[in-house]
Design a protein around this ligand. Structure first.
Ligand code: ADP
Length: 240
């Protein structure tokens, strides 16, 4: 057991931050927060704050990265040095490369990239404050930013994690649960088709625990989706 592990993660049905096992942290999303970007979004979720800026479709540099049949969707995830309690070394590292890659793969299926051959759609995701679950916060922000840029999409992509702490399955892990818990299952879905566009797993679940975590993360995604849609409705008026 790691030093600092809480004795209990759940007391009388409540988690360390007072939530029920199936309750996500409070989430707020605003679309169109940056004037210079073609599209943007800000997501505040629990202690996480992410801003996403979308540029494009635009010319691809370096040129050899261009694809003749579709746009390339490039995500740049970055954690600000001041976003965590120990200062994070600025710049790219393996973790940010991995998160950029999986975010791009999670979003690519919903973007009509074939409409814009030989171009790039660039999305910069800046994590200003990190409190576990930044990849889910980033994916959630990036998909609203792409929509805000007016790029045709099949759907938005909400993301949410579930995990195991003290032997219990819970949704949307907070910092301490993420650090000392036994497992984490971040997930992103395409609600309209029911497809899963991101599923990662850290730690171990039994098959029945996995099933429960999967359903909890999916329900969490559906709740996040409503907030994403509201953010776009707030900016663009009523939509179907
Ligand atoms: P995610 O942010 O998607 O949960 P990880 O599981 O890689 O991704 O990270 C878990 C959490 O650990 C992050 O949300 C963040 O709060 C914290 N963290 C990540 N990298 C650092 C770092 N370099 N320094 C301090 N805390 C970090």
């Amino acid at each position: 057991m790691k030093v600092g592990t809480p004795e209990k993660f759940i007391v009388k049905g409540k988690r360390l931050d007072g939530r029920a096992p199936d309750e996500i942290r409070p989430i707020k999303i605003e679309a169109g927060v940056l004037k210079r970007a073609d599209g943007s979004a800000r997501v505040e979720w629990g202690g996480n704050i992410a801003v996403a800026a979308c540029y494009g479709p635009r010319e691809v540099h370096p040129r050899h990265m261009a694809k003749p049949d579709k746009a390339v969707l490039r995500i740049n995830y970055n954690m600000a040095p001041f976003s965590v309690s120990d200062r994070k070394r600025p710049g790219t590292d393996r973790r940010s490369m991995e998160i950029s890659k999986v975010t791009s793969e999670a979003l690519e299926p919903v973007v009509f990239t074939h409409l814009y051959p030989n171009t790039a759609i660039d999305v910069f995701v800046e994590i200003l404050n990190a409190a576990a679950g930044t990849r889910c916060t980033g994916i959630t922000a990036a998909s609203v930013a792409i929509a805000d840029a007016g790029i045709p999409m099949k759907d938005l992509v909400p993301a949410c994690a579930a995990g195991k702490v003290g032997g219990e399955i819970v949704v949307d892990l907070c910092d301490i649960e993420d650090n000392f818990g036994e497992a984490d299952l971040p997930m992103a879905i395409i609600p309209r088709t029911g497809d899963i566009s991101l599923l990662q797993m850290d730690g171990n679940f039994t098959p029945s625990e996995f099933k429960k975590a999967f359903e909890m993360a999916k329900t969490g995604c559906e709740q996040v989706y409503k907030v994403q849609m509201d953010a776009l409705r707030n900016k663009y008026g009523k939509m179907e």
